[in-house]
Design a protein around this ligand. Structure first.
Ligand SMILES: [Zn+2]
Length: 142
């Protein structure tokens, strides 16, 4: 796979706490951190569980399904290499935690709170894959 080289894209700060998340994206998996003791999900990953102060963390694969909890349409200033208008969403995942992402494949004026969305993946460099969300086909799950 070849990619146009875009050195200006911001790189994530990868740590021992969040490496599973970025490696999951490379495999096109959206993974969430879960406390091994109390099973609380949290994102972004933390070294300690804020609920029980547990230090042992595991991760689970999210379905990628969720709804738009909140969003903002960024139009100005346009910062390369991102495309504008850039719809930034806070997604309420069906697992019960939230994640900031970009919403693509939708007219920014058609975005609504509660809109069903599903995760997708964008390879932005040979060694970096980002998550994005798209409107879910077929509307809300039955
Ligand atoms: Zn815990």
């Amino acid at each position: 796979m070849t990619h146009e080289r875009r050195p200006s894209i911001p790189r994530p700060g990868i740590t021992d706490d969040n490496r599973f998340f970025w490696e999951g994206l490379r495999r096109r998996e959206l993974r969430l951190q879960r406390c091994a003791a109390c099973h609380r999900l949290q994102h972004p990953p933390l070294p300690m569980c804020p609920a029980c102060h547990g230090l042992e963390m595991e991760s689970v694969r999210a379905s990628g399904r969720g709804t738009v909890h909140s969003y903002v349409v960024a139009e100005h200033p346009a910062i390369p290499p991102f495309s504008y208008p850039n719809v930034i969403v806070l997604v309420e995942l069906e697992e019960g935690t939230r994640l900031v992402s970009r919403l693509v494949g939708v007219d920014p004026e058609a975005v609504t709170i509660g809109m069903p969305v599903t995760a997708d993946f964008e390879d932005v460099a040979d060694d970096l894959t980002l998550h994005v969300f798209r409107p879910a086909d077929g509307g809300p799950d039955a």
